[in-house]
Design a protein around this ligand. Structure first.
Ligand SMILES: Nc1ncnc2c1ncn2[C@@H]1O[C@H](COP(=O)(O)OP(=O)(O)OP(=O)(O)O)[C@@H](O)[C@H]1O
Length: 569
């Protein structure tokens, strides 16, 4: 913020200010502060406005703005506002100014265009994907906002492809924000299911057209408006299969709404921490995280840090494709947030935030990697980043997981029922633990995480042709005569094994050792290759192997026959 005297020169500072002794500011700043304070006292507000924007500011707005600045500069820290209060005040100021201006566009060229630049992104910082996206200001006058920096706006305005909805249309779309249509509730408000016509996005009857999710911010939300603005500015410009699509927005009076594509499986956390649905298999969890990492690396390549990825920010469509949502980047910019914003989000914030970010407010892409590591850990353990209900020593997931890391039986989500490939699960955990390393330098980049997960996925990938019905003659060398088997292909796919060749046999042998007795309907066995494969596996295994067989004609309903083979070593 720049202030100037009427003639463009700075006037001499008054020596009467009490700020002088107690504020650790340099002489130049002190001069500015006292000069502004004196001008305010004298009722000389006009004089302190930058001549470039004088005439564009509503007098009422200016008064409020200056009042806020004065509070920030209060001699006693106790009387200074919190970040949340500042945001709230700026929001009110903005509303006053908007009444004064005829349009948002004209406002953005003036004072409030400068405020929009406070949104934390950058387009021109060198190597900012891996590098420093610190938002601390370099401007001497803005030390009150340690996590913000006036940087050039990457996406300074909503994308033209976004639809500007009328509030009345969104009311219709959601049955007047019917409680029956609530999809969920976040820190800033409720999300409703609505229906719109496919081409025009005009309101439609329930069940007709396409489903949308309408997020309506609480009017009293102190940070909501900033979040709303950030989402409109960023999300409309980001087209990626792993990033939620924003269809449009609405801003009328104090109402702020966002309209997104509908994700029928809602958020990932629901599947990890509640019993509302069948637990997700290892394979599905891996694919979800792959999608999330792809989305995150796309953000990083656009110089955007998500500032605290959480499992609730990963939304899932009907096929469990993952998309990142929740781009309100301002919301966790101050430590005050924890005091003023009471919701699970605050717990989440602490649980997911990188230690150096908590300590210094210094934001880098590596802070995102830390959050990502937390979600990777959550996805595999089924435990929350922070869980006050857990016994001592287990409340913080990162601490607990670092301790028990290599012990798969302890660390893996019991709801996986042991159905995961041990060697791949170990690799997955190792990646997650690297991401949550205390020292940011020890954390991998987003690209590295992506590569690691892709490798894990490739190792377990089974093509569709291998997933065809398994009708097999198995174990002909092992006492079972000609038998045909129909084996559950999905299960083995989700376990992550490629049951072909010696490698497949080795991994199966590994599993045999781990599980003891297993049933054939956990495995894909196909033709003569399948027979060889099982036989091979038995050679590698030291375990008694129990087969539970059923024929193709009776698959799913038929009789089972059990067969136990002695150890074949
Ligand atoms: N596009 C969507 N489709 C379907 N459900 C959604 C969609 N967006 C959000 N939801 C549901 O609404 C809930 C609240 O979402 P929201 O983004 O407001 O908050 P959050 O990320 O869960 O929490 P917070 O805002 O506190 O970080 C989500 O957890 C999800 O269940």
């Amino acid at each position: 913020m720049s202030f100037a005297t009427g003639d463009g020169k700075k006037s001499e500072p008054s020596s009467s200010s009490s700020i002088q002794q107690s504020c650790p500011i340099d002489e130049e700043q002190w001069g500015l502060v006292t000069w502004v304070q004196d001008s305010i006292k004298e009722g000389n507000l006009k004089n302190i406005i930058d001549s470039d924007i004088r005439g564009e500011i509503s007098p009422k707005c200016l008064k409020e703005y200056v009042k806020l600045a004065e509070r920030c500069l209060h001699n006693s820290p106790k009387h200074r506002p919190t970040m949340a209060e500042i945001l709230f005040s700026l929001e009110s100021v903005m509303a006053i100014q908007e009444k004064f201006n005829s349009s948002l566009q004209s406002a953005s060229r003036t004072l409030f265009g400068r405020m929009a630049n406070l949104f934390p992104f950058s387009s021109n910082q060198e190597n900012s994907v891996q590098g420093d996206l610190n938002l601390s200001t370099t401007s001497k006058g803005n030390n009150m906002f340690p996590h913000m920096k006036e940087v050039p706006a990457h996406f300074p305005s909503p994308s033209p492809i976004l639809k500007e909805f009328r509030f009345s249309d969104l009311e219709k779309t959601t049955g007047s924000f019917s409680p029956d249509l609530i999809l969920g509730e976040g820190g800033f408000g409720k999300v409703f299911l609505g229906w719109v016509k496919e081409n025009t996005l005009a309101p439609s009857k329930q069940g007709v057209g396409i489903a949308v999710a309408v997020k309506r911010l609480n009017k009293e939300s102190v940070q909501g408006a900033a979040e709303w603005q950030a989402e409109v500015n960023f999300l409309g410009h980001l087209a990626h299969p792993n990033i939620i699509r924003l269809l449009g927005y609405c801003r009328e009076e104090l109402e702020h709404l966002l309209v997104y594509e509908y994700m029928s499986n809602k958020s990932f956390d629901r599947f990890l921490f509640s019993d509302i649905a069948e637990p997700l298999s290892w394979g599905t969890r891996l694919l979800i995280m792959l999608g999330a990492v792809r989305g995150m690396t796309h953000l990083h390549s656009n110089n955007i840090v998500s500032r605290g990825l959480k499992s609730s920010d990963i939304l899932l469509d009907k096929d469990f494709n993952a998309k990142l949502g929740d781009f309100g980047l301002m919301r966790k910019c101050g430590s005050e947030t924890g005091k003023t914003h009471v919701s699970t989000r605050v717990m989440g914030t602490y649980g997911y935030a990188a230690p150096e970010y908590i300590a210094t407010g210094h934001l880098t892409a590596k802070c995102d990697i830390y959050g990502l590591g937390m979600v990777l850990l959550e996805s595999i353990t089924g435990r929350r980043a922070m869980d006050a209900q857990r016994p001592k020593g287990q409340k913080s997931l990162v601490e607990w997981a670092t301790r028990v890391g290599p012990n798969l039986k302890k660390i893996m989500d019991p709801r996986l029922n042991g159905k995961y490939p041990r060697h791949l699960a170990s690799e997955y955990i190792a990646v997650a633990l690297r991401c949550v390393a205390n020292n940011p330098k020890d954390r991998p980049s987003g690209e590295e995480v992506l590569q690691s997960l892709e490798q894990i996925y490739a190792k377990q990938n089974i093509t569709m042709s291998n997933r065809v019905t398994a009708i097999t003659e198995v174990l002909k060398d092992n006492d079972v005569k000609t038998k045909q088997f129909n084996v559950s292909v999905m299960e083995i796919t989700e376990l992550g094994y490629n049951p072909i060749g010696p490698d497949g046999a080795k991994t199966l042998a590994d599993i045999l050792k781990f599980h003891g007795n297993i049933k054939t309907n956990d495995w894909l066995v196909q033709g003569a290759k399948g027979a060889e494969f099982i036989a091979d596996a038995l050679k590698y295994s030291n375990t008694i192997f129990t087969l539970d067989l059923r024929g193709p004609d009776t698959y799913g309903v038929g009789q089972r026959q059990s067969y136990s083979t002695p150890n074949v070593v």
